[in-house]
Design a protein around this ligand. Structure first.
Ligand SMILES: C[S@@+](CC[C@H](N)C(=O)[O-])C[C@H]1O[C@@H](n2cnc3c(N)ncnc32)[C@H](O)[C@@H]1O
Length: 230
């Protein structure tokens, strides 16, 4: 397990990999729009304590803090967290950052709102991660899970038979043998089961950021859940 985690951590810790590979994406993709979306669907208020789950270099954390929200980011990549802290210093904004693994969070406060946006589930045990996230939430808190759609990836692989990635139909995992990664693609029912077991009730589901319904052509699976009141 430790070895599986260190493989993906190494990728995100290396500035020549994740940040360099996504340079074009970050230069055109506007976090302001994402944050408008998050505020709208989560119905975030200024008094809420917000958690950015796997915040990376803090694209959304920074934008929320700039707008005056109270926000913390957590990620296991120390180089991305260093980058996020530097951006906060340069922009003279207040945000808290923590270096922790999502599967075993031990943050000093509990949160009213949380989002796992533009997620990468590579080598993550989602059952443990959901338990760990739920433990960080206040009763009544809302949390959003944004993930790639199982149907999108299967259709992509069917249309690209030469892809280096394989899909394990029993485990529902995308396998990248070159990097030693397995990326879970759970069904909606699997999500529902994990969430229910951790006092999280699904309140809405969408297939994209335009709030279209989730169907077999959806590019995303976006789930909004509510932590049951005590
Ligand atoms: C695709 S990036 C997205 C970052 C950020 N949410 C954004 O939209 O810019 C995925 C992030 O997940 C983090 N990550 C992956 N596995 C993790 C784990 N087990 N615990 C904590 N962070 C993890 C990576 O370090 C990376 O920052």
């Amino acid at each position: 397990m430790q070895e599986k985690v260190s493989k993906i951590k190494k990728y995100y810790d290396n500035p020549d990999q994740y940040l360099a590979e996504h340079k074009d994406f970050f230069s055109i993709h506007n976090p302001e729009k994402d944050v408008d979306f998050l505020i709208k669907v989560l119905e975030i208020e200024k008094s809420d304590n917000i958690l950015d789950i796997t915040c990376g270099q803090g694209r959304h954390t920074t934008e929320l803090a700039k707008r005056g929200y109270t926000v913390s980011g957590v990620d296991f990549s120390s180089s991305l967290i260093d980058e996020a802290k530097q951006i906060a210093i340069d922009a003279n904004i207040k945000s808290q950052y923590y270096i922790q693994n999502i599967e075993s969070l031990k943050l000093p406060s509990k949160f009213d709102m949380a989002y796992w946006f533009f997620s990468d589930f590579a080598n993550i045990d989602l059952a443990s991660a959901i338990k760990s996230i739920s433990n960080q939430l206040n009763p009544g808190a809302r949390v959003l899970f944004d993930s790639d759609s199982l149907f999108r990836i299967v259709s992509h692989l069917q249309n690209n038979p030469d892809s280096p990635y394989k899909f394990d139909p029993k485990l529902l995992q995308l396998i990248d043998n070159s990097l030693g990664l397995s990326i879970p693609y759970p069904t909606f029912l699997m999500w529902q089961d994990w969430l229910n077991k951790n006092e999280l009730e699904i309140i809405n589901v969408w297939g994209n950021y335009d709030l279209s319904s989730y169907d077999i052509k959806s590019p995303r699976l976006i789930i909004l859940a509510n932590k049951k009141a005590a």
